[in-house]
Design a protein around this ligand. Structure first.
Ligand code: ZN
Length: 304
């Protein structure tokens, strides 16, 4: 007789804690790596308690200012995902670099700005003493989590294009190439753009770079001829080999563009487009960073 043996398979499932999203903003592994270099920053729980990372206001100088700070939360997306910022240096003049306003569709811009953060946290002396450099690796965490497609990956959770939602020639319907996109229900209707605007104004940002992909070009914005933004764009072109795009794309009239809003509000600002949707063009953009940090903003002419 055959013993009625029942072979059982034993399946052991071992859970190693939280599953890290591949397409998220910055990536948990990168954030953890940052902690090594930011030992002076009292961050104990990066994932669960972002509210505890709120930065002190820039003028509360009762304690010495550490060379690096972050990540802290500057606002939340339409799906209530936190948007993080970092600070390197503590000089009186503030500049800003933003990645990922077009989410996972331009995910390499998130990677690039996060790598700036990683390197600068280890080398904060790279930022000149007269400057404070703020970095926001991912301005659109909803799009970053949604993948790489040009709709869900590019827009926020409300399916609004966050680079059509600023108060510069704003229109409810705009374009991305041959496609129509939503600019939102009003200028700054989206929480991401409102948070960025408030951050820029509160921190008194004097110049900014927004990264995009994949035109391989530098845009000083629409109608910014002879502006400081144009001067910065030309300087970046000179040092990189990216094309110079003096006007916006003919078939994509600029409405609600971030850099246009900044520049027309007296904050020179450019768009830099990486060459494709994958590579971060690290050597080129490390040079861009040096150029940006070394740039003396030309004096404005007399006010009329
Ligand atoms: Zn873009």
């Amino acid at each position: 007789m055959i013993a009625n043996r029942l072979k059982t398979s034993l399946i052991i499932v071992v859970l190693f804690g939280a599953i890290h999203a591949v397409m998220g903003c910055g990536g948990s592994m990168t954030l953890l790596a940052n902690l090594k270099g930011a030992a002076s920053t009292p961050l104990h729980d990066l994932g669960a308690t972002p509210a505890a990372m709120i930065s002190p206001s820039p003028d509360s100088a009762s304690t010495p200012i550490p060379a690096v700070e972050g990540p802290w939360v500057i606002g939340y997306s339409s799906l209530e995902v936190p948007i993080h910022a970092y600070r390197i240096g503590s000089g009186p003049r503030a500049r800003l670099i933003v990645g990922g306003i077009h989410g996972g569709y331009e995910g390499n811009t998130i990677e690039l700005v996060q790598k700036f953060v990683d390197v600068l946290i280890e080398n904060p002396e790279s930022v000149p003493s007269q400057l404070t450099l703020y970095l926001i690796p991912c301005a659109n965490p909803d799009g970053a989590a949604a993948g790489t497609d040009r709709i869900h990956g590019r827009m926020n959770g409300n399916l609004v294009d966050l680079n059509r939602n600023w108060d510069y020639r704003w229109q409810p319907i705009s374009n991305h190439g041959p496609w129509t996109v939503s600019g939102g229900s009003a200028p700054f209707s989206e929480p991401e753009t409102a948070a960025l605007r408030d951050f820029i104004l509160e921190r008194e940002i004097e110049a900014a770079i927004f990264y995009h992909s994949a035109w391989g070009a530098v845009f000083p914005g629409s109608g910014q001829s002879a502006s400081q933004a144009e001067a910065l764009a030309l300087l970046v072109v000179e040092h990189t080999g990216y094309l110079y795009a003096p006007t916006d794309i003919d078939w994509q009239p600029p409405t609600g563009n971030a850099t246009d809003w900044l520049t027309t509000n007296g904050i020179p600002s450019i768009d830099i487009e990486l060459t494709n949707h994958v590579d971060i063009d690290w050597d080129i953009n490390w040079e861009v960073l040096q150029v940006f940090l070394g740039w003396d903003i030309p004096n404005e002419g007399p006010e009329s």
